[in-house]
Design a binder for this molecule. Structure first.
Ligand SMILES: [Zn+2]
Length: 339
């Protein structure tokens, strides 16, 4: 298995420095357009694909942060297009760092926004918004967070996630193609990060748009959409297998940098998720069923350590710990480790 290697040196260097990279042409008639987001996630990569009639198709137009509308217009002009050329808008998933500008762009163009029905539901019903609690009393009780630590769960106004508004949805099911004349861009359902997350196979180009499913430099958080249905950890591990057809493709993610070596990256991510699962298993064996989510989370491996997390990142960590507890109880970690 070849180790992961960046295929865009400039994106690699910029993301390592916490900076926003330039627009890049990544294929004939295809561009990556970076749009700034917030500190912990400096930018989201929007992908723009030209069709044979000159129309431009957007995937993940990026966040609604201050200045991003003007920035987006300038970057579009820079590659030779205007909003009048936009022929379709599609989302990998419901998160505001990918979907923020869609309300504005859908309004300008009158276009529906392509997304998977499950994420469309979780977005429109508010189910996904419930992934963060603004009143932390209930989750603190449920997760056994000590009183003097509860303040760390509180989300300050500047970190409060917002719900993207999608005026009209064009439902995109697993294996459906985005209607792009002269191209076959196929949606691949990859639940885990959210329940209706889609990757996109740009057929004939050996290129996979991997959204937030597989990122080159960070482990994607799991179960960050609606929370009902099948266990998000099991979904995620299965979805890592779903994209094995693209192991020798170039991967173009929603954050970070384009890279080769998807098989290696998938294996590393899988090891990381299963290590957490085994840590939870050991924790439950040692502490017994009375173990709280808070206690179990202390024993898991977190980037920068659990002590470094607060607000949305701490809520996300504890919520993922809870999903791991369910995973360990309902699935066989050993079977997943063998397969
Ligand atoms: Zn996301």
């Amino acid at each position: 298995v070849n180790p992961i290697s960046p295929s865009s040196a400039s994106q690699f260097e910029q993301q390592a420095a916490g900076l926003v990279p330039e627009v890049e042409q990544i294929r004939e008639g295809m561009w990556s357009i970076p749009l700034p987001y917030r500190k912990a996630i400096p930018f989201t990569l929007c992908y723009a694909i030209q069709d044979r009639e000159g129309g431009l198709h957007l995937i993940d137009p990026g966040s609604e942060e201050e200045g991003n509308r003007d920035r987006f217009l300038a970057l579009l002009t820079g590659v030779g297009f205007t909003t009048a050329d936009i022929a379709s808008i599609t989302l990998s998933h419901l998160h505001p760092d990918h979907a923020g500008l869609t309300n504005w762009l859908a309004g300008l163009t009158g276009l529906p926004v392509g997304m998977h029905p499950i994420d469309a539901h979780d977005l429109q019903s508010g189910a996904a918004e419930a992934r963060y609690a603004l009143d932390v009393t209930e989750i603190s009780e449920r997760w056994g967070v000590p009183r003097d630590e509860r303040v760390r769960l509180e989300i300050p106004p500047e970190l409060t996630p917002y719900r993207p508004v999608i005026p009209r949805v064009a439902l995109l099911e697993d294996r459906d193609v985005i209607p792009i004349p002269g191209r076959t861009v196929r949606a691949i359902l990859t639940p885990g990060h959210t329940r209706g997350h889609l990757c996109f196979d740009i057929e004939g180009e050996h290129l996979l748009l991997s959204g937030d499913h597989v990122l080159p430099a960070t482990y994607t958080p799991i179960g960050r959409g609606g929370r009902v249905g099948r266990n998000s950890i099991a979904d995620y591990l299965d979805s890592l297998e779903t994209i094995s057809f693209a192991d020798d493709f170039e991967s173009a993610p929603g954050h970070g940098f384009r890279f080769f070596g998807l098989a290696d990256r998938r294996a590393k991510i899988r090891d990381h998720v299963l290590r957490r699962a085994r840590e939870v298993e050991t924790g439950l064996a040692e502490l017994g069923d009375v173990a709280t989510i808070w206690e179990l989370a202390q024993r898991l491996t977190w980037r920068g350590g659990l002590l470094g997390l607060s607000a949305t990142s701490l809520q996300s960590a504890l919520s993922q710990t809870e999903s791991h507890v369910d995973f360990v109880r309902d699935f066989s970690v050993e079977a997943y480790s063998r397969s």
